[in-house]
Design a protein. Structure first.
Length: 284
């Protein structure tokens, strides 16, 4: 089957699951996102941590999923904040578990090598779990009412920017295009960058015109710029991560796209910044 067709079909299925679960119910969306966080953290840690550290990886993933679920339940269902203290258990055990591992790589005998795993185990929490945990702060209002359309709008802007960058990059940036960041991602071009920015702003404008949210035009424009611009940075950050470990994709879960981490890379950087903007300016 043509790679473009495969990419398109798998993209539609991905969008259907994301949008469908978000509009169906908060619990359905939370289940989908919990699974997605676990899979993304697994992809990240399988690349960055040597084989044999299954328990430590699992503790990091459990910590990330717990962070998302606890904030979701706190914002949406009024969960008592005292339960957040339970997070100290798996997070603490991440460090303790490494005391009992020997370096499992052939030819390595340094018993202190395990200490080098700490940055990746913690980065998985900050880089992957935290951005999605923060989404609950805009998914529910102050009265714990479920309001998915603002978050959906951010996704639409992000996806529109991605599609625009891909199309404009393919049309104008492949042969005679100007390279955006060749040392990290040789295929990305300035033509794709501006195409993605244009499509992101266009999506934000349409969202405002259709009154999908209660945002003013200025806030819609600002969020479109934040998501589109920082989304490019997020894409490059993940490209640098993959280049460091010598892989093309983070996984093979989504045909034509790679892993879930490849699909969410821009969002991991752009959403925390967009949510910070929303909260700082008290938009909701």
């Amino acid at each position: 089957m043509n790679s473009t067709v495969v990419r398109s079909v798998s993209g539609v299925v991905f969008l259907a699951i994301m949008v469908g679960s978000m509009l169906l119910s908060p619990i359905a969306f939370a289940i989908v996102m919990s699974i997605a966080i676990a899979l993304m953290m697994t992809e990240y840690l399988m690349l960055s941590i040597d084989k044999g550290y299954d328990t430590t990886r699992a503790l990091s993933i459990i910590s990330g999923v717990m962070l998302y679920i606890f904030i979701f339940l706190y914002k949406g269902y009024g969960m008592n904040p005292k339960w957040f203290y339970l997070l100290t258990i798996p997070v603490s055990l991440i460090f303790v578990s490494l005391l009992y591992y020997k370096d499992l790589r052939i030819g390595h005998t340094d018993e202190n090598e395990q200490y080098n795993k700490h940055p990746y185990l913690l980065a998985a929490l900050i880089y992957i779990a935290q951005p999605f945990a923060l989404t609950s702060f805009i998914l529910f209002d102050s009265d714990q009412n479920y309001k998915p359309f603002l978050l959906l709008s951010l996704f639409i802007i992000a996806w529109s920017s991605d599609v625009g960058a891909y199309i404009f990059g393919m049309l104008f940036g492949q042969k005679d295009g100007h390279k955006l960041f060749p040392s990290i991602s040789p295929k990305k071009s300035w033509e794709g960058f501006f195409g993605g920015l244009f499509c992101g702003i266009l999506a934000g404008s349409i969202i405002w015109l259709c009154s999908l949210t209660e945002l003013t035009f200025i806030h819609s424009l600002a969020l479109s710029l934040i998501v589109s611009l920082s989304g490019v940075a997020g894409d490059l950050v993940e490209s640098q991560f993959k280049r460091n470990f010598g892989v093309k994709d983070s996984g093979k879960l989504i045909p034509g796209h790679g892993g879930l981490l490849d699909r969410f890379d821009g969002i991991l950087i752009s959403f925390p910044l967009a949510i910070a903007y929303i909260k700082i300016f008290s938009i909701i």
